[in-house]
Design a protein around this ligand. Structure first.
Ligand SMILES: [Zn+2]
Length: 402
């Protein structure tokens, strides 16, 4: 075969240009990739074991994150207590954040379309399949995807165990992953972003009833991390008349700091009639315009209907796991009152930018949401972190990487 000098020159030029572009991409696309990372594996209920694994070979479509920290969610604790989803062994932690240390050259933007680069702070959101009935026909309801996934709630893959935030590194590789650059938020705000997103989504569900306005009186039942964050969301949204109900004074104090106007401690007011009378007294004898049910206790959930006025509404957001059933009389609780009842399930990626705006708003309005974080634990103390959570000491427990 005859090869002309010009053809040789063209091949050489092509090779040189490829070499130049690959060295450019490696210098801009990564920095100090470690050979191994550590992962807290939930080996069996109540047993986290920290193991070291090699970091998988990285591709042009991967993002490797050095984990800074992650909130401990009620779902993590339920998994730790008894593996109700049957996923063990697995890597938990879905409220995490960290710094990008490797960015595949095919990735140019985050899910919101913002440019992304090595060194950016990042959070992950849901992983949708984009093919189920909901994703195809109702893309605005992707939080209800039939095959919804999330980093931190997937069975262990020994070849790539870096799929949960209770680890030193997270590898964003799953198809359908969503992630956001959050450089302007501090570590605490970033660790609270996911739980805030649950509440922002629930706020939007409530708002859809038309019952949330500047003059709305709202009962908020259950002041765990979700209920307290919900308080802050209502406050930031201009709803100043919130009645918080819980059995723990420390949490009720926090509810006040985050915007609740009045509180009811059901341990001090044990008769339900008295609690209803108090809510009526605080709402011109009518009952609340709207209620957020944030406990996972069926008995409490059944009580809430008596706090709501005729024509009022309620958002159920307390049962992210199956905690059993309750009985209500549908005549009095719903039909005769013409109640506007909505459920709220997690969030979709679209709720993230709104939630980031909420976090900035809290900062501007001095709503002290970062005070929700009461405990931090390192990776090798995750069993203790769960025990503190189960014992209901503190409010929001977090994992902080070294
Ligand atoms: Zn789907």
């Amino acid at each position: 075969m005859d090869v002309s000098a010009s053809q040789v020159e063209e091949v050489v030029r092509k090779i040189l240009s490829e070499m130049a572009s690959s060295s450019a991409s490696s210098s801009s696309g990564c920095c100090e990739i470690p050979k191994t990372g550590k992962v807290a594996i939930l080996q069996e209920p109540k047993k986290f074991v920290v193991k070291e694994y090699p970091i998988p070979a990285l591709t042009d479509d991967d993002i490797l994150v050095k984990v800074e920290g992650a909130g401990v969610c009620g779902t993590d604790v339920h998994e730790w207590k008894g593996d109700p989803f049957g996923l063990c062994p697995l890597v938990l932690g879905h409220e995490g954040t960290g710094t990008i240390i490797y960015l595949g050259k095919n990735i140019k933007c985050d899910t919101a379309g913002h440019p992304i680069k090595v060194g950016d702070k990042i959070v992950t959101s849901v992983i949708s399949d984009d093919t189920c009935f909901i994703c195809r026909n109702h893309p605005g309801q992707k939080n209800l995807c039939w095959n919804q996934g999330i980093y931190g709630l997937v069975p262990l893959d020994e070849k790539n165990p870096f799929r949960g935030w209770f680890s030193t590194h997270l590898l964003i590789r799953d198809k359908g992953s969503t992630y956001f650059v959050v450089n302007d938020l501090n570590l605490n705000q970033r660790m609270l972003l996911e739980v805030a997103c649950v509440c922002v989504h629930a706020y939007l569900r409530g708002q859809a009833t038309g019952l949330l306005n500047f003059n709305s009186k709202v009962v908020l039942q259950g002041c765990g991390p979700v209920g307290l964050m919900m308080c802050a969301v209502l406050r930031a949204a201009g709803i100043n008349h919130v009645i918080a109900v819980d059995g723990n004074d420390q949490r009720l104090e926090m509810a006040k700091k985050l915007g609740a106007k009045t509180t009811i401690n059901y341990r001090e007011m044990t008769d339900k009639k008295d609690r209803v009378a108090k809510v009526l007294a605080l709402t011109d004898g009518a009952g609340a315009d709207f209620a957020y049910q944030c406990t996972g206790a069926p008995g409490a959930a059944a009580d809430i209907y008596d706090f709501i006025r005729r024509g009022g509404g309620m958002c159920e957001m307390g049962f992210f796991v199956n905690n059993g059933e309750y009985q209500v009389n549908p005549h009095f609780a719903m039909c005769n009152k013409e109640i506007n009842l909505v459920g709220s399930w997690a969030y979709s990626a679209e709720d993230y930018p709104v939630t980031m705006a909420f976090l900035r708003q809290c900062q501007e309005m001095n709503i002290p949401i970062e005070d929700l974080i009461t405990h931090n634990f390192p990776l090798d103390k995750m069993n203790e972190a769960m025990e503190v959570n189960v014992a209901r000491q503190g409010i929001k427990i977090c994992y902080i990487a070294n």
